[in-house]
Ligand binder design. Structure first.
Ligand code: PSU
Ligand code: MN
Length: 306
């Protein structure tokens, strides 16, 4: 791929890519808009450590002063975690954030775009965006789903929150032709909860077997991404019946305040954290760390095959 003139790949990430070593991308929306300071920095650095201890190089993705970054230093992570007006950066936002030389925190869609630019095949996050409840009226469907359709990166997550319409999100992914793999469970996970009530479209029990499937997908020339959903470790889950009341409350407040557009998801995430008084934050941290271990082993598996 042509070297993108707006992209800075850190020396460590570039060396790993050149040597064919495993690299795992990480998003920055979770740092800037998903968690409060200092939990955001602490989690971001802990996730990088888990990736390293599982044999891969972490590449946190963001835009800083208009430069697209793959691989951030500790001080850059600290900067983003405390900077006030970092923009939420999905596909449509790249031209303006880069042209304005602004700071941007990449969503799942944004991080997939930069991963593909840099040649990174695995990306670990917490939860993806999807089809919102009431999308039949609002048309609110995350650009993350379009990106999964189009961009060849494997996204490792803990499913999606029930702030979304999970069955509709899975229908959308099926229509888009995106393989959805649940790691070690027969049920698609609902971020905080192991259970969503939706059966797993496909179940695979080891990172190596997922890597083998993704290698076949590539050899078949099938474009687009894949979604790997890992249930939160059960000892850290908030069971669906406990979190559902908080989610309903958050949705009701969003409606009352007429929140719309790109503000909807950050608003709902923040409300759930506030309403659960930090319990959601602790679960969020644990599930991302769990995903990081699995994602790193998947990246190692892919390098072994190719
Ligand atoms: N869902 C979560 N945690 C998150 C997000 C979603 O459980 O942090 C963030 C991700 O960055 C995701 C984005 O890509 O929100 C989706 O925003 P929207 O629904 O506006 O597309
Ligand atoms: Mn939306």
């Amino acid at each position: 791929m042509e070297v993108n003139t707006y992209l800075d790949i850190s020396p460590e990430v570039q060396a790993a890519l050149d040597e064919g070593k495993p690299v795992v991308a990480l998003e920055s929306t979770i740092i800037c808009h998903g968690m409060p300071y200092p939990a955001n920095v602490e989690t971001a650095l802990a996730v990088e450590d888990v990736i390293r201890s599982n044999g891969a190089v972490p590449a946190t993705i963001a835009v800083i002063e208009g430069r697209i970054k793959a691989g951030l230093s500790k001080s850059q992570i600290e900067y983003l975690a405390t900077a006030g007006n970092v923009r939420k950066l999905s596909r449509r936002d790249f031209p303006s954030v880069v042209a304005d030389r602004a700071d941007g925190a990449t969503t799942v869609a944004g991080t997939m775009i930069v991963s593909a630019m840099a040649g990174i095949r695995v990306f670990v996050t917490g939860g993806i965006g999807g089809v919102h409840r009431g999308a039949g009226q609002s048309f609110d469907i995350s650009a993350d789903l379009q990106e999964l359709k189009n961009t060849d990166v494997a996204v490792v997550c803990a499913g999606c929150k029930s702030i979304l319409d999970i069955p509709a999100t899975l229908e959308y992914l099926e229509t888009a032709g995106v393989p959805v793999i649940v790691y070690g469970s027969d049920e698609f996970p609902a971020f905080y909860s192991v259970s969503s009530g939706c059966p797993a479209p496909m179940r695979i029990d080891t990172p190596q077997a997922i890597a083998e499937m993704l290698a076949v997908k590539r050899e078949l020339g099938l474009a687009g991404g894949a979604l790997v959903a890992c249930p939160v470790p059960v000892e850290h889950e908030i069971p669906a019946e406990e979190i559902d009341g908080f989610i309903r409350e958050a949705l009701a407040q969003a409606e009352k305040e007429h929140v719309s557009g790109s503000r909807v998801t950050p608003y709902l995430l923040q409300k759930v954290v506030d309403l659960t008084q930090g319990r959601a934050l602790a679960t969020n941290r644990e599930l991302v760390l769990n995903n990081a271990g699995i994602g790193a082993r998947l990246a190692v598996g892919l390098c072994r095959i190719e």
